[in-house]
Design a protein around this ligand. Structure first.
Ligand SMILES: [Cu+2]
Length: 339
């Protein structure tokens, strides 16, 4: 019955989210910890159900005792004598000290064991290791030989789940990295390096979210994990490693891009653009979304973004660059060659 209720609540939530127009992440499942796809998320869900069960049982017992007292111990009509007053009872006091202590001990042991299970201080064998940098309000994924934004790709092998071992750093304020279907949540703190172990057991697109309020676009600091068959992943990674190809046909747009302040914030490998403040654009078109999942990466959305990102993601750290319509078209024609 409980499972049924949870599924119902999940589907209500899913239809609510689906009613938001033109979501940035296409047909992504609702982020939910109730549908785990890896060992750490399984552990967390098991502990959750155990805690909910024990606390629910305690709640039921307390409610039953209250109802019993209210109904059975009611003052009879016409009787206004004082009931017997009981002062001190060793058995009752022992019961309400020892039983809660036992319950708390069990909860403590179960939680402690769960925490030791999921907090790994070194990467498991064969784990894919990625450095994650939280920025207001987007995530950078640094694979060592290339970097991307918002969408974390990982390989999946047929026979076993993939371990993901993340090194978490912040470029500005405190963020928190949370992929509810893949594992726990870990804060991303300036001047501190944290680690997070996730696991994904089946191919698919998973969504998560910054889970620590970090400013006005905090709610639009989404995370997408794309778990794909190993061959597909390798092809993706090989493409990401390449520098941007130089396409003569879009030289005018490239020229505008390179002579505008774009290059102070963005990198396009293979050009002089080497800013590290903002998402690496070398393979911008390999991403499904822009602005950390706020909009689909379509030609129209891209134009709207370069025209004035403040219309799409108000308060975000990219200003309107005050280009003319023609310049925006030329720059976007160039950006669209960054596959
Ligand atoms: Cu954040």
């Amino acid at each position: 019955m409980l499972i049924g209720m949870v599924n119902f609540a999940n589907s209500m939530l899913a239809s609510l989210i689906a009613s938001i127009p033109d979501p940035g992440i296409p047909s992504a499942p609702t982020p939910t910890m109730f549908n785990p796809v890896g060992a750490p998320a399984d552990t967390i869900l098991d502990i959750t159900w155990l805690l909910v069960g024990i606390c629910g049982l305690i709640g039921l017992v307390v409610l039953a005792m209250i109802f019993f007292a209210v109904i059975r111990c009611r003052q009879p009509k016409g009787d206004d004598t004082e009931p017997a007053q009981v002062y001190g009872s060793n058995p009752i006091e022992l019961a309400w000290t020892v039983i809660p202590l036992l319950i708390v001990f069990v909860l403590f042991m179960v939680s402690a064991r769960g925490i030791f299970d999921i907090e790994k201080t070194s990467p498991p064998d064969g784990a894919i290791e990625v450095r994650v940098i939280g920025h207001r309000w987007w995530w950078e994924f640094d694979y060592g030989d290339f970097a991307t934004a918002a969408e974390l790709h990982v390989p999946i092998d047929e026979d076993k789940p993939t371990d993901i071992y993340l090194t978490l750093e912040s470029a500005d304020v405190i963020h928190s990295f949370w992929m509810p279907q893949l594992g726990g949540k870990t804060d991303v703190i300036p001047n501190r390096i944290n680690h997070l172990w996730l696991q994904v057991a089946k191919a698919g697109t998973y969504v998560g979210q910054c889970a620590e309020y970090c400013g006005n676009q905090h709610a639009n600091m989404l995370i997408t994990v794309v778990a794909q068959p190993r061959a597909e992943y390798e092809a993706w990674a090989a493409n990401q490693r390449r520098e941007a190809v130089d396409d003569r046909a879009v030289a005018a747009g490239k020229h505008i891009f390179l002579r505008t302040a774009c290059i102070n914030c963005h990198t396009v490998r293979g050009t002089v653009a080497n800013g590290t403040f903002a998402p690496d654009l070398t393979h911008l078109m390999s991403r499904d979304t822009i602005g950390s999942g706020i909009a689909r990466n379509t030609p129209n959305n891209l134009r709207a973004w370069v025209w004035d990102p403040q219309n799409i993601k108000p308060g975000c750290e990219m200003p309107s660059m005050k280009l003319t319509r023609e310049e925006v078209d030329l720059v976007c024609a160039y950006l669209e060659t960054l596959r």
